[in-house]
Each structure stands twice: as structure tokens, then as C-alpha cells.
Design a protein around this ligand. Structure first.
Ligand code: PGA
Length: 254
């Protein structure tokens, strides 16, 4: 049985002090617990330590995730963050391969694969993103496109505990646009992702890996996605920036 996951991607929003306030607000909203749902918040790098302290002080029922990582241990890589730096401040999860990083910063499947391996070597759970552009979707090639991303992103990975590797399917045309995929659109691709994972890692491992949907997910539509067989949660951008709307999404699927 896969545990549901709701992860918030703050992107480049919230200063350190704003992030602390948002995390405190979320801790308050969720003080009664999150039931069977794993909740993760992914603030900008400079906010991580502050949010980590809030989680500790408030015994908040959510985990801390970063939005990016570099695969080297340390050294002359100006501007980058090593996996060991994340674990040291209490981060347990990390988004990799977000379409904004692929699109604006040239991140490749090969980079994403190296990042996944480095994170897993440090016991950090990757939330590895995939998803097609509008052009690919309109050409009817979305399933093939995402399957190729999954194969490349997972090449040579060893997954001992499938609950510690997470995929997020985020059709690019639905991110921040208010345009959501339908639950059936999400299931079509998430089902194909699980089938691919079964070919690569075996059915048992594939059945244990959570696949999240992302792209204009909000309190009003999240439950519909999670009714689908292969959708195990949501990666939330915009709606994660308000404690009440993000907490509402957790409560709807608890
Ligand atoms: P959105 O972003 O919920 O604002 O569409 C999702 C994401 O990019 O992770």
C-alpha cells in the first residue's frame, strides 16, 4: 500500500522571514496531524534552515525538502548545494528535474540521474519530475516522451526501498497556468510511468514508488486526481504558498 504524499514547491518565493511565518502557519493548520499522508515542504535554499527550526520547535508533521542539489560532495562549484549540506540541516527530500530547471537552466536527464544517485547515497528522497510540453502533447507523443524521461532519469539506479524514491508527473502546459490536466490525463501518463518502472525495477518495486501529479493542483481538484489508481499524491506550486490552502489539500486526501 502506497502512502499518499502532498509536497509543496515554494519555488523562488518567500524570503527567510516570510518562509518562517509560512512554515509556522502550516504547523498550526496541521497541528492535529496529517493522518496517513506524508507532507513535505520545499522552500528556497536560503529558507531551509529556518523552516527546519520551525519543524523542530513546533514538532510539525511535515518533512523538509530542497528544490535542487548538486551531485558532488564538496569543492569548487560556486552557487551549488551538496547532498551532505542538505542532510546536515534536516532536509530529507529534494525535488530534481523540475521543468523550470530543465527549461531555464538546461538541466538534462543525465544531470537528473546523477542527482538522484547522489541524493539516495545520502538517504535523501528524490522527488524526480517529468512531463511534456504543450507541443509534445498536441502531437500525441506525451506518453512516449515521458517514458523516455523516466528511463533516462532512472538508468542504473538501485532502489532498495521504493517508498524512498518519488516521481512527479507535471505536464508543463498545466504548471502555473490554471489549466489542469484531467484526472484521466494524469492517470494515462502515471499508469505508463508505473509500467515503465515495472520493466526497469520489477513489479514489486514499481508498486511501492509514489507517483505525484503536479500542475495547478488545488484544494478543489486534488481529490479527483488521487482517486486514480496510479496517482499517489500531488506536487503543489501556487497553492502551497498559503498555509490554509495547502493544509486544505492535505485534509481533503487524509
Ligand atoms: P503549480 O506548480 O501548482 O503552481 O502549477 C506545480 C509545480 O511546478 O511544481
Amino acid at each position: 500500500m502506497r502512502k499518499r504524499m502532498i509536497a509543496g514547491n515554494w519555488k523562488m518565493n518567500e524570503t527567510y522571514s516570510e518562509g518562517v511565518v509560512l512554515a509556522r502557519g502550516l504547523a498550526k493548520e496541521l497541528e492535529a496531524g496529517t493522518g496517513d499522508v506524508d507532507v513535505v515542504v520545499c522552500p528556497p535554499a536560503v529558507d531551509l534552515k529556518g523552516v527546519s527550526e520551525v519543524i523542530e520547535q513546533e514538532s510539525a508533521p511535515f518533512a523538509l525538502g530542497a528544490q535542487n542539489v548538486y551531485w558532488e560532495e564538496k569543492g569548487a562549484f560556486t552557487g551549488e548545494t551538496a547532498p551532505g549540506m542538505l542532510t546536515n540541516i534536516g532536509a530529507t527530500h529534494c525535488i530534481i528535474g523540475h521543468s523550470e530547471r530543465r527549461g531555464y537552466f538546461g538541466e538534462t536527464d543525465e544531470d537528473i540521474n546523477k542527482k538522484a544517485k547522489a541524493l539516495m547515497a545520502h538517504g535523501i528522497v528524490p522527488i524526480s519530475c517529468c512531463g511534456e510540453s504543450l507541443e509534445v502533447r498536441e502531437a500525441g507523443m506525451h506518453v512516449e516522451f515521458v517514458v523516455e524521461q523516466i528511463k533516462a532519469d532512472t538508468a542504473g539506479l538501485t532502489i532498495d526501498d521504493p517508498s524512498r524514491y518519488v516521481i512527479a508527473y507535471e505536464p508543463i502546459w498545466a504548471i502555473g497556468t490554471g489549466k489542469t490536466a484531467t484526472a484521466d490525463d494524469a492517470q494515462e501518463v502515471c499508469g505508463a510511468i508505473r509500467k515503465t518502472l515495472a520493466e526497469v525495477f520489477g513489479q514489486e518495486t514499481a508498486d511501492g514508488i509514489r507517483i505525484l501529479y503536479g500542475g495547478s493542483a488545488k484544494p478543489e481538484n486534488v481529490a479527483g486526481f488521487l482517486e486514480k489508481e496510479d496517482v499517489d499524491g500531488a506536487l503543489v506550486g501556487g497553492a502551497s504558498l498559503k498555509a490554509d490552502s495547502f493544509a486544505a489539500m492535505v485534509k481533503v486526501v487524509m
